[in-house]
Design a protein around this ligand. Structure first.
Ligand SMILES: NC(=O)c1ccc[n+]([C@@H]2O[C@H](COP(=O)([O-])OP(=O)(O)OC[C@H]3O[C@@H](n4cnc5c(N)ncnc54)[C@H](O)[C@@H]3O)[C@@H](O)[C@H]2O)c1
Length: 416
């Protein structure tokens, strides 16, 4: 009696994933041949069906509960975008169960953005059963729960303590994590004392153009890289930008590049040999109560002889690039969006206009980070998943930011 080959192949393919691609193909081929002609066929059918049912009804249900703390308003808040990706089921291993919004469900409820937030939250509760509150809810006992923290940087130290005290087992903390090194060190110690793993939201550590640039630099002896980071604010939007990102250019925007330098270029306060400010490129502005760089450029040389350059521009446009230059040779530019991503960005802008430009540009990276963390938690693994920056990396990154800020202000003739 011949069992339909397609059925056997499908069932096997879903149950022997653990063996890897090559081995899996062999197993599938051999077993299909065997069971389509063998009398043990009924036993095999029963086993395979059980495997299929397990995959569809048990594995598929094991999603990690996620709460989002510090949502912000629709279309602008980083937390809102994390919530949107989860609600749209774009992170298969995570399920958004609650949103905590301390300001727009608290003192800011009566403001126009507060009303906009309320309308959105009512809709999400009705359509997806997500609970909204101004305070962190208690987590169920004995179950993993990930808290994504994306409040304003100054609020994040308090929010991290609250989610851990309310029983969350893991934290995904938006960069830079805290306004100061001292606060971030305190948060790391507290999380460690409670056995809570902290994943940092440094999305450029996983992004494609950085991966490609690092691979090219590794191929070329003596090559150096310039990381060019841009935001797309108009000059008229900088007052709001400086206020919302009050920790400043180096701890907020260029901190992504500093994290790359710490993660991949051996940069730390102890290893820096010299820093050269790009005075022609850099620009400092006073906006309302805040004085900050709207553009900053500098080159760091390490004691190990590595040289790397960063240029960050709040008003540079909606793209980022890394330029790899070999001594006396050509330069190679790796840009995001590339042609493929450019098409996706355009399509997203058309289908949902008016979002913060970096949401379109970094959409896939945000998803990759969250899914990597949720899948890691769901697997029961300890430690950190590959590619995710640790809180120790974030501390070293913030130390570099604190070291560079006065040095670059002085070099650019700024007295604060
Ligand atoms: N990884 C990235 O690419 C990326 C991009 C943007 C922001 N971020 C990070 O995400 C976090 C949140 O940034 P954001 O731009 O969404 O901030 P945001 O100010 O828009 O929102 C964060 C929170 O601030 C509070 N808030 C908003 N307006 C307020 C007001 N007027 N007074 C008091 N509180 C107010 C709200 O509770 C809100 O949830 C920061 O840590 C930031 O560094 C990361």
């Amino acid at each position: 009696m011949a069992l339909p080959r397609a059925y056997v192949a499908l069932a096997l393919a879903t149950t022997v994933d653990a063996f890897g691609k090559k081995k899996k193909e062999l197993i599938v081929e051999e077993v299909v041949e065997e069971v389509t002609t063998s009398p043990i066929i009924y036993l095999v059918i029963a086993l395979l069906s059980a495997g299929l049912l397990y995959n569809f009804f048990v594995v598929a249900k094991e999603k990690v509960e996620v709460i989002l703390v510090g949502c912000g308003v629709p279309k602008r808040g980083m937390g809102w975008y994390h919530a949107k990706q989860l609600i749209e089921k774009r992170c298969p291993s995570g399920k958004l169960v609650a949103v905590v919004e301390p300001y727009f469900l608290g003192p800011g409820a009566g403001t126009p953005p507060g009303k906009e937030f309320k309308a959105w939250s009512d809709d999400v509760t009705a359509s997806h059963g997500v609970e909204f509150s101004a305070e962190v809810p208690q987590a169920p006992v004995g179950k993993p729960r990930l808290a994504i923290i994306s409040g304003r940087t100054g609020d994040n130290p308090r929010l991290l303590r609250e989610v851990i005290e309310k029983g969350c087992s893991h934290v995904f903390l938006e960069k830079p994590g805290a306004p100061t090194v001292a606060e971030l060190e305190g948060m790391a110690a507290f999380a460690k004392s409670k056995g809570v793993g902290v994943f940092m939201g440094y999305n450029k550590n996983v992004t494609k153009y950085v991966r490609l640039a690092r691979a090219k630099e590794a191929e070329l002896a003596g090559a150096t890289t310039t990381f060019c980071a841009n935001n797309a604010y108009k000059s008229t939007e900088l007052d709001e930008c400086f206020e919302r990102n009050a920790e400043g250019m180096l701890k907020n925007m260029a901190v992504h590049e500093l994290a790359l330098l710490v993660s991949f270029y051996g940069v730390s306060v102890d290893t820096i040999q010299s820093v050269e400010a790009d005075k022609a490129f850099s620009k400092c502005e006073k906006r309302g109560k805040f004085t900050d760089f709207s553009k900053i450029g500098f080159t760091i040389k390490t004691k190990a002889g590595k040289s790397v350059t960063v240029r960050a521009d709040r008003c540079g446009g909606s793209f980022n690039e890394a330029v790899v230059t070999s001594p006396g040779g050509p330069s190679f530019t790796f840009k995001t969006p590339d042609e493929e991503l450019g098409g996706q960005v355009k399509a997203m802008e058309q289908s949902e206009p008016g979002l913060m430009p970096y949401f379109y540009l970094q959409d896939e990276d945000y998803m990759t980070l969250k899914e990597t963390c949720c899948a890691h938690i769901a697997s029961g693994a300890s430690g950190m998943p590959a590619g995710i920056a640790t809180i120790e990396i974030a501390i070293d990154t913030l130390k570099v930011a604190e070291y560079l800020t006065p040095l670059l202000q002085k070099a650019c003739g700024i007295s604060k």
